[in-house]
Design a protein around this ligand. Structure first.
Ligand code: HEC
Length: 187
């Protein structure tokens, strides 16, 4: 009997992981969303930071690889709601994946490209769990693409919360850097 219950739980978890919203363990521990690369891609940047001394996670190792790329995705349900109302609904999640940058020096080849996955950060809007509405999570474990399965929110006093609150254009989200969201917002 216990085994059957376990199987149901696993099936439910697998289904829930594919669903649109965040999945918590307990009150505030977020399980890593596993399908974020299928969400809506809203923009990318390279080496972008507001900090005078940029946060460590956007810095490449001292190997001269250069600054990291950031790829940002939003959950499809939140995107659809945003196109209708210009607001991010409860349950909105954004994922920012960090990638190392590299260049090739073959004759005539210019510019840089994304090389390896380096980290994953996620924001969630859930006013029933977090004061101020938004919480910030880091799934990076310092070993490239092997991300942690779950993460604790940064405390409200952390830089994540204050920088996003102060500098982001729309409800803690940096829409000034996401042309896809700016185009989607109703006039
Ligand atoms: C000094 C300012 C600053 C701090 C501190 C900061 N961020 Fe951000 N964050 C940004 C900017 C600017 C962007 C715009 C997208 C980019 O970087 O390409 C961003 C984007 C994001 C996004 C994509 C969704 C969105 O809100 O736009 C996530 C997720 C994110 N940050 C997580 C974090 C986490 C987790 C922390 C704390 C460990 C953190 N940030 C700390 C400035 C900051």
């Amino acid at each position: 009997m216990a085994n059957i219950a376990k199987i149901f739980l696993l099936v439910w978890l697998a289904a829930a992981q594919q669903s649109a919203g965040p999945i918590f363990e307990g009150k505030t521990t977020l399980l890593r969303p596993n399908n974020y690369r299928e969400w809506i891609f809203v923009g990318s940047s390279r080496g972008l930071s507001y900090a005078a001394n940029p946060p460590a996670q956007s810095q490449a190792p001292a190997s001269g690889m250069g600054e990291m790329y950031h790829n940002v995705y939003i959950t499809p349900d939140a995107y659809r709601e945003f196109t209708r109302t210009g607001k991010f609904p409860e349950g909105t999640m954004l994922a920012m994946e960090l990638l190392s940058a590299d260049t090739k020096r073959e004759p005539g080849l210019q510019g840089s490209y994304e090389k390896e996955f380096m980290g994953l950060e996620v924001s969630v809007k859930d006013s029933s769990r977090f004061t101020g509405g938004w919480a910030y999570f880091n799934f990076s474990d310092g070993r490239g693409a092997s991300y942690k399965d779950k993460a604790e929110p940064f405390p409200a006093s952390a830089g994540c919360v204050s920088c996003h609150k102060q500098n982001a254009e729309t409800d803690n989200v940096f829409t000034q850097f996401y042309p896809v969201l700016r185009a989607a917002k109703p006039k």
